[in-house]
Design a protein around this ligand. Structure first.
Ligand SMILES: *[C@@H]1O[C@H](CO)[C@@H](O)[C@H](O)[C@H]1NC(C)=O
Length: 811
């Protein structure tokens, strides 16, 4: 059997690679259907036995339904019990609380010292410490019985049971243990008998990553993923698209990527438009797990790494404060709350009725009973009134928190539109375009869309563009581009369709792919494993979460790559720690057969995350090379990674590492001058690491003098006396980089949410900070980046000199 598959894999793989159409080839399809016919032949029975067969099947189906029902109930129940873990506040918070007692000038040093001490004694391994697996309880009798039933049915070849069993073993559902090899076997059986696309996709995933005892094999991965993709399995399509785009495990091919992304994007848009008027809400933001810890390393490492996200307790505090404020009749706060409850936040789920209530409060204050603005409103009040009216109309149009009521919607949208509110104009335009509650009137619709577009409403820009596409294609395209620049999903989609329809040419493909990719990643209602991964993570099902983030990583999600790497790394630490305690720990690598495979895959995800511009990932990649984790030790490659991280991301940690390598001549030629330069730069971007940097500089100084006294080669430039001025060229480069980073944060859903016009997590963090404004200089980790020169800190340098000599070989 195996050898047949190998041959088939080879045949198909070469076939797939050779085919020039958009990934879907008729020969592929023929092969698949012949495969299915073969498998079906197994199931065909003699005429006489058909009756018996039917009865048996019915019985089987009934016992399956029963068992599945019990298991699902159990699943739902245990999910409820654990709920989301309450996150204990982090050490940084504690630091904030005592920081007021410390004079400002000394604060960075105290903080640095605390971090250094904590790290030395392994106290701040927050990333590892926080990630604790949920303990396995024994299952109730009933559940055990249900699992036995499922197993029996699976052995008899019941497809649904096989699938359920495989999923259970894959993700450790229903309090069972993960058993990847058995899951693999069951997916394989299912794929064999029914050609089930999900099973094929999972097999592809196994082969692509080398999970369990499976050998990593790109040709097999390609085979199975393609088989699934041909059947329109979206995760498989996205995986293939992303692989072809980046050339991971397959030849790079824009055209193939285009075909798969196009198919997924079209389904996504169909789904989007199948929602209420104006479309489904965009899926929730995708969190980088590192953000909860204030970064991959638990510290802010540079201008492009994220702030620590707001934690639950501060959020609750803030919410309470806002609600009290709203009760006092503060209109702006009311609107903030409307926004919060309408869109939801990870600590405050969507709540339409509450949003409506706040809206009504605002309307009552600002509007007359006839739905016109009261006399004598200030400009700010007028704008709030318009917003509230529009929002109220839209919620009635879409039936959110209230039954659909197009008459009320029309009334309030008219009010909003009259007051020049873009959202209202667009929605009203849609009503005229489609003849909802009013007779259809294209001219009026276009007028309204234009109004909305002129007010900078992205939905309006798209609708206007679509309406005038045939008469004024140039203007239409311009409007689409504007909306696409602001991340509007429909704008990207129609642009992609435009590009894809153009005559062949490499840049056409690139442009189309970029937009389709955006649609399929941003509008991933139908295929994203990330929400489920995050839910597992919150319930302490870390291995399941890791497996799902790995799937997301294979689909090309930057967030998936980062989170997978993070969880795999934490798992390695956990397993190592457990291994030290127990003596019988050779078979503890739950996801991979060997430690080596585990670490190799971790490095692979750090590398891909780095290529997706995730903060700190490049430094992690360097660390792997530096320490030889999951790869041959290679100081030169480590240095190369640090250089990239330093120059492209201005990562303070990477700069420090680089300085250290130059100081000691590891992976690079020893060069005191460059060492000093990197330490200096590191101070600039990374205030938290000030102490470590100054200690390093002190040590560097001593080493320099020592080497100089012994007559060694210390380079030419004088080290500590005249810092080299920054050349104009360097400055220009720095500016260009900053700009690139500003515009290129595609993975950051927060930014997109803001572009879509409402508050993201960052805003809430900012609000929290503003609330503590009294001790503002305490908690702004990066606000007071005072440019103190080395001489200004000479005192500390001397003070910590001795300590530095001892401590600093470690980071
Ligand atoms: C695969 O089989 C399972 C169980 O029969 C089913 O729920 C699932 O939808 C199937 N997947 C596809 C893509 O058909």
């Amino acid at each position: 059997m195996h050898c047949n598959w190998g041959l088939l894999a080879w045949l198909l793989a070469s076939n797939v690679i050779a085919s020039e159409t958009n990934g879907v080839d008729t020969t592929d399809i023929q092969l698949v259907s012949s495969l299915n016919e073969n498998s079906l032949a197994h199931l065909q029975t003699d005429e006489e036995s058909i009756d018996h067969y039917d009865v048996k099947r019915k019985e089987d189906q009934e016992s399956f339904e029963h068992a599945a029902h019990i298991l699902r109930q159990f699943q739902a129940l245990s999910a409820k019990k654990t709920g989301s873990k309450s996150k204990n506040s982090s050490p940084i918070r504690t630091y904030r609380d005592i920081a007021t007692l410390i004079p400002k000038a000394v604060r960075p040093y105290v903080k640095g010292m605390a971090q250094l001490v904590a790290r030395t004694f392994g106290l701040t391994d927050r990333v590892g410490e926080k990630y604790i697996n949920k303990p396995r309880r024994s299952q109730p009798q009933e559940v055990q019985q249900a699992i036995r039933t499922i197993k029996t049915l699976a052995i008899a070849g019941h497809e649904d049971a096989l699938f359920m069993l495989a999923e259970m073993e894959m993700y450790g559902k229903y309090m069972t243990k993960i058993d990847l090899d058995s899951a693999f076997e069951h997916y394989r059986q299912l794929a064999d008998i029914s050609g089930n696309a999900t099973a094929q996709y999972m097999l592809g995933f196994f082969y692509a990553t080398g999970l369990g005892s499976v050998e990593q094999q790109n040709s097999m991965a390609l085979l199975y993923t393609t088989l699934a993709a041909i059947q329109g399995h979206h995760p498989a399509e996205v995986t293939l698209a992303s692989k072809h785009l980046t050339g991971i495990g397959v030849p790079m091919s824009c055209e193939k990527a285009l075909g798969y992304y196009q198919s997924v994007a079209r389904s996504a848009i169909l789904y989007f438009q199948s929602g209420p008027i104006l479309g489904h809400h965009i899926p929730d933001q995708r969190l980088r797990l590192s953000d909860d810890n204030g970064g991959t390393y638990g510290v802010r490492t540079g201008p492009f790494s994220l702030h620590k996200l707001i934690d639950k307790s501060s959020f609750d505090e803030l919410l309470l404060y806002h609600m009290q404020d709203a009760q006092k009749g503060h209109l702006k706060t009311c609107m903030t709350l409307v926004d919060l409850f309408y869109h939801g936040h990870r600590f405050a789920p969507r709540n339409y009725p509450l949003a409506l209530e706040y809206l009504q409060q605002v309307l009552k204050q600002l509007m007359t009973d006839h739905g016109t603005p009261r006399k004598g409103l200030s400009q700010a009040e007028t704008s709030i009134a318009a917003q509230a009216a529009g929002m109220y109309g839209i919620m009635h149009l879409r039936g959110e928190g209230t039954p659909v009521n197009t008459a009320t919607a029309l009334k309030w949208l008219n009010t909003g539109a009259k007051m020049g509110h873009g959202v209202s104009c667009n929605a009203l335009g849609v009503m005229y375009r489609d003849g909802i509650e009013v007779p259809a009137n294209q001219e009026r619709a276009i007028e309204l869309f234009k109004l909305a577009a002129d007010r900078g409403h992205h939905g309006g820009q798209v609708n206007f563009a679509l309406a005038v596409m045939d008469i004024m294609p140039e203007i239409a395209r311009e409007n689409l581009k504007k909306a696409a620049d602001n991340g509007h999903i429909l704008a990207h989609f129609y642009l992609a369709e435009l590009y894809a329809g153009l005559a062949a040419g490499e840049s056409r493909c690139q442009m189309a792919v970029a937009s389709y990719k955006y649609v399929s990643e941003y509008g991933d209602w139908l295929h994203s494993p990330i929400p489920s991964a995050y839910a597992d993570f919150q319930q302490g099902e870390l291995d399941a979460a890791a497996l799902k983030y790995m799937q997301a990583a294979e689909m090309g999600y930057g967030v998936g790559q980062l989170n997978a790497a993070l969880l795999l790394e934490a798992a390695a630490k956990r397993i190592d720690a457990a291994g030290k305690k127990s003596t019988t720990s050779t078979e503890m690598w739950s996801l991979f057969k060997t430690r080596k495979a585990h670490l190799r895959q971790t490095l692979a995800y750090w590398t891909r995350a780095a290529n997706s511009n995730m903060p700190d990932a490049r430094v992690k990649q360097g660390d792997h090379y530096y320490y030889g984790v999951g790869v041959e030790q290679d100081a030169e490659r480590a240095a190369a990674a640090y250089v990239v991280a330093s120059e492209a991301d201005a990562n303070g940690l990477a700069m420090w590492n680089l300085g250290w390598m130059y100081e000691n001549g590891i992976g690079v030629k020893r060069d005191f001058y460059l060492a000093k330069r990197w330490f200096d730069k590191s101070i600039e971007v990374n205030e938290g690491g000030k102490l470590a940097n100054h200690l390093s500089l002190a040590r560097l100084c001593i080493k320099y003098l020592w080497a100089w006294l012994r007559g060694e080669d210390v380079g030419e430039s004088p080290l500590f006396f005249a810092p080299r001025p920054v050349t104009a060229e360097e400055e220009k480069m720095a500016q260009a980089k900053a700009k690139r980073h500003g515009t290129q944060d595609a993975g950051n859903a927060d930014a997109q949410k803001q572009r879509a016009g409402h508050l993201g997590d960052d805003d809430w963090e900012r609000r929290a900070k503003a609330l503590d404004a009294d001790d503002a200089d305490v908690n702004d980790e990066d606000a007071d980046q005072d440019d103190e020169s080395l001489s200004g800190n000479l005192f500390f340098v001397i003070l910590f000199l001795a300590a530095g000599w001892m401590f600093l070989p470690m980071r």
